[in-house]
Design a binder for this molecule. Structure first.
Ligand SMILES: [Zn+2]
Length: 334
């Protein structure tokens, strides 16, 4: 049987006696060279240890035990139910919990950055005035034109015909406000990208890669998905983190250039996030069916884009491409 060290005080004198306590069948027993006795646990009162103090067992006759052995608490039937004091004792006694608390704080900061910032960016992007999105989009385009894009070499009639086709389909399936821009892709090759404010850039190389105009339209519908969900602005905000999002909330347009600064490189190097791509694909799939354009068109051009070695771009091959192609191939037409 377990025995536990304690000091016994009889309540009459200040002198304590060192005793051994044990519990057996609901009865506390104590024994030493000079005293011994027993009492049912139901007649005793347990005062738990808090911090560095000792637990105390009060006897009915005014006597008490100062318990040195903390392990007794585990054997005391009501000790576990003592609540806060008990918790304080457990927590204070274990560094592991302190370490756990530290890890939890770290996890909170991490999840704040991982999920909090994107979530805030989404909310803020929805709140910001269209004017701000336009300015960010214009600045982004200017940087892209300075470094990556050249004026389109496509005949004006060809550009016009494609713009007309998309415009006509937008009367069947609704489109967010957009401006279609043709540019030569040069190093970024066959590509298309949606910018904040609704500009959709499509490269000459992509137009030439397409074997059917509906393939171009299909790519554009995906870009319209990005425009619809304001992904450009969201990503620009997201990349700058919580501090700048807060500044952006104040609507101070003086900070627009900060917001726009990182976007061109982001768009070209990493593209939109997987989640955003999925949202744009969902939009495109729904749009194509409503506009009565076969979703297979998107799968076809995606397949061709995937096979082309490009230096960089939104359509860089990644493990998700095969899945995307399958999704559009298997989708039924209108
Ligand atoms: Zn995309």
């Amino acid at each position: 049987m377990n025995s536990f060290e304690a000091d016994y005080f009889d309540g009459l004198s200040a002198r304590g006696h060192s005793v051994q306590l044990s519990i057996r069948e609901g009865v506390l027993n104590w024994v030493s060279d000079t005293v011994s006795g027993s009492a049912p646990l139901t007649q005793l009162r347990w005062d738990p240890a808090v911090g560095q103090t000792h637990a105390i067992i009060h006897l009915n006759d005014g006597g008490m035990f100062l318990v040195h052995d903390r392990a007794l608490g585990a054997h005391w039937p009501h000790a576990a139910g003592v609540g806060l004091e008990r918790w304080a004792q457990v927590l204070e006694g274990r560094m592991l919990y302190a370490l756990g608390a530290l890890l939890m704080a770290g996890a909170l900061v991490f999840s704040g950055l991982r999920w909090g910032v994107p979530a805030a960016a989404q909310v803020v992007a929805g709140m910001l005035p269209e004017q701000m999105a336009q300015i960010v989009g214009d600045q982004t385009l200017k940087v892209l034109e300075g470094m990556w894009l050249a004026p389109s070499q496509l005949p004006e009639t060809r550009q016009h015909a494609l713009a007309q086709q998309l415009d006509a389909l937008c009367k069947r399936a609704s489109c967010p406000p957009y401006q279609l821009l043709f540019r030569q892709g040069q190093r970024i090759g066959a590509n298309a990208m949606a910018l904040p404010g609704g500009a959709v850039v499509v490269t000459d190389e992509l137009v030439l890669l397409a074997r059917h105009d509906e393939e171009i339209v299909a790519v554009l519908s995906h870009e319209l998905g990005h425009v619809h969900a304001r992904h450009g602005l969201r990503m620009a905000l997201q990349s700058l983190g919580a501090g700048v999002i807060l500044v952006a909330i104040t609507g101070d347009l003086g900070n627009v250039s900060d917001v726009a600064a990182g976007l061109p490189a982001l768009l070209l190097q990493t593209g939109y996030s997987r989640g955003m791509e999925r949202e744009a694909d969902d939009f495109a799939l729904h749009w194509l069916r409503t506009a009565c354009v076969s979703p297979q068109r998107f799968a076809d051009i995606l397949q061709r884009l995937d096979k082309r070695p490009t230096e960089t771009g939104l359509f860089d091959s990644h493990p998700g491409t095969a899945e995307r192609i399958r999704q559009f191939s298997q989708a039924s037409s209108c």
